[in-house]
Every structure is written in C-alpha cells, then in structure tokens.
Write a protein that binds this ligand. Structure first.
Ligand code: G1P
Length: 361
C-alpha cells in the first residue's frame, strides 16, 4: 500500500436497536431513514468518499434486509462482504469476528448508527498522515456518561474509559476508529468488562498502556449517534437543513412553498402549505395540509387535512384529519393515523412500528 491509505472498513450493523422499538422489530435500525436515506446509506457513502474500497459488514439482527439493501456494494462504489458475529459480545468481539476479512491490513472501524456531518474522510487523512497505532474521532459533549471517554495531552490519548459514571473529561469517543493491525493482538488479550462485553475501548487502552501511540482528532460539524427516536429526529433535522430545493411533483395554484422543499416525481399537492426544509418522496398525495418544517416523507404516502411538523414518515402511510398536528414523530411503513374530523386536541407525538393503525372518532 504505497500511498498509506486505508482501503478496508469493518462496519458494525449487528445491534438489535432495542431503544428504537417498535420500529426495529421489523427492520434493523441501520435501515431506518434519516432525510430519506437509511442510516447505513449515509455511512457507506461517507466511507466511499473517504477512499475505502472494501467493507466487511458485521450483521446480526435481520441480516437479510441489510444484504438486500447493500447487495454486493457496487451501488455505493464499494465491495461488500458479510460477516456474522456469533453472539453480541461487544465491539471488540465484533472486530474479532472480522479477523479473516481484515487479514494483515490496517482498517477503519465504523459504527453504522453514527452520523457525521463531514463523514470519515478527515480521520482517514489524519491516520495516513501520522500512522499511529490507532486514531480515534472524538467530540466534546456536555454529558459524556453514555459514551467512551478520552483523556488527552494534545492529540495524544493517555486514558480511555467506557461509559464512566464520573467522566474525567467531556471528550466522547465518536463511533469511527482507524486502526493499525496491532489492535488485533490487543483485542485477543482484552478480558470482558464488568457488563460482560469485550470493549473496543479497553482494547485501545491496552495499546496506550503498552506505550503505543493513540491519537484523537476532533470531529468537526455535527455528530449524532442515532440510537433513540429523539436522536433520529435530530439527525433528520440536521440533514434536512442542508437540502437543496427541487420540485419534481405537481403543485396546484393554491399551494404555498416556503423555504427549501424537495419533492419527488409523481407527487401531487393540492391546497397545501409546504414549509422547508422538507423532503417529500415520489408518488405521494398531499391535500389541504401544512407540512414542515423538518419533515421527511417517503414515497407513496398520503396526507390530507393535517398539520405535520418535525417527523419521519416512512413509505405508504395514510395520515388524515390530524388538524391539531402530528409532531416529533417517527412512523414505520404503511402506518395509518386517522383523526376525528373536528378536533382541537393537542398535537400527537407518536412512535409507531410498521403497519400500525390508529383511528380516533
Ligand atoms: C459505543 C462505544 C463507545 C462510543 C459509542 C459511540 O457505545 O462503546 O465508546 O462512545 O459507541 O457511538 P454504544 O453506543 O454501542 O453503547
């Protein structure tokens, strides 16, 4: 590898996504859409942009749907291999399951539920420039107790702790790591943690303790670990804030469009107020409604006589008579929410799995 670049990435998408139930009963969380694209789609695009050529996807929960979405990887400009983690025993264990895929190479580890505004290219470039034993993406957060936490001297990492109750710094580990092959030996030597998992954080601490160079790079722009509904909605807002307007559907002359709105082909809007940023997929029917800001609607959905704000709505949903509003909600595919025709209730906030149906009369 004459140019020092990382070519391989291990992409973890095996988790069950329990904090996103019921949405994750019928699909892995990595296929939940944010601004019209699955989390995994954002992740793979960012890897290809960073020069990664081969991805080893570690799958576990509903692997067939991930395989259907990614295929051989060519659609993303990547070569995809599927790897199975026999049991969910932690991130270091997942990397160990990819030992054969990794071979003797240096590699990137990416947790596919992490969304980074500027992708992983800055980390790949930083690693190629410095060639440490490991380079980690990090970010200051107000409360890092739910993350791995770093103590640093300049760029050099001096200590790592996984989810400490009393964090020694505010520097959280972001789910992207560049590793030299030495991490594989450290993983072999790492015992399970108090919660019974083989932690990648502990394996990296072994590198530090044995005097090897571990460097941290601050990730610029937003970072979301989209593990809960509120984070999924936040990521949706952040991506929508960057969309370029494009209307491919039909609007009648009573429609008003304010701010950036993208609308797919075959969508028809009648007497609607569309407030950007807002993304409406193809073949939707919108009538007598106010939609946006920060709404993404997948194809085939029908919305009438409703007010919708700050929502992720997947394919083929039916939303009718929600005049008092639907807000901060994530709906699965083919969900039906039908309100009473006359209502002055407070707006609804819903998290509904695929094919749910709610009707109020
Ligand atoms: C994992 C890592 C943690 C890291 C986080 C980033 O935690 O163990 O060190 O900060 O990803 O998303 P998890 O979110 O799997 O609990």
């Amino acid at each position: 590898m004459a140019d020092n670049s990382l070519r391989k990435a291990v992409v973890l998408c095996a988790g069950e996504g329990t904090r996103l139930r019921p949405l994750t009963f019928s699909r892995p969380k990595h296929l939940l859409p944010v601004a019209g694209k699955p989390l995994l789609g954002w992740a793979l695009e960012s890897l290809a942009t960073a020069g990664i050529e081969e991805v080893g996807l570690v799958v576990g929960h509903r692997p067939e749907s991930i395989q259907r979405y990614v295929g051989d990887g060519a659609a993303f400009g990547l070569e995809a291999t599927y790897l199975t983690q026999p049991k969910p025993l932690g991130l270091a264990h997942a990397v160990d399951s990819a030992r054969e895929f990794i071979g003797e190479n240096d590699f990137l580890l990416y947790l596919a539920d992490n969304l980074l505004e500027n992708g992983v290219a800055p980390l790949v470039e930083f690693y190629a420039a410095h060639r440490p034993a490991a380079a980690l993406f990090a970010k200051e957060v107000p409360d890092p107790r739910a993350y791995g936490v770093l103590v640093t001297e300049g760029a050099r990492v001096t200590q790592l702790l996984e989810k400490p109750p009393d964090p020694p710094s505010n520097l959280a580990i972001v789910g992207a790591y560049a590793f030299s092959h030495t991490i594989m030996q450290a993983i072999k030597e790492t015992p399970p943690s108090a919660r019974g998992e083989y932690e990648i954080t502990d394996a990296i601490q072994r590198l530090v303790s044995s005097g090897q160079e571990v460097l941290a790079l601050c990730a610029e722009g937003f970072w979301e670990d989209a593990g809960r509904p509120a984070e999924l909605l936040k990521a949706n807002r952040l991506y929508l804030d960057h969309i370029a307007p494009e209307i491919l559907g039909d609007l009648d002359d009573r429609c008003k469009v304010e701010g950036p709105v993208r609308m797919g082909q075959g969508t028809r809007a009648v007497n609607c107020r569309l407030i950007g940023p807002c993304l409406i997929g193809a073949n939707c029917t919108l009538r007598d409604s106010t939609i946006g800001p920060h709404v993404s609607v997948d194809s085939g959905t029908s919305i009438t006589d409703s007010r919708v704000e700050d929502c992720i709505i997947q394919q083929d949903c039916q939303l009718h008579h929600l005049r008092s509003g639907l807000t901060d909600s994530v709906l699965g595919v083919q969900v039906e929410v039908i309100g009473p025709e006359n209502s002055a209730e407070a707006p609804l906030r819903l998290l509904l799995g695929d094919m749910s149906s709610i009707r109020a009369f």
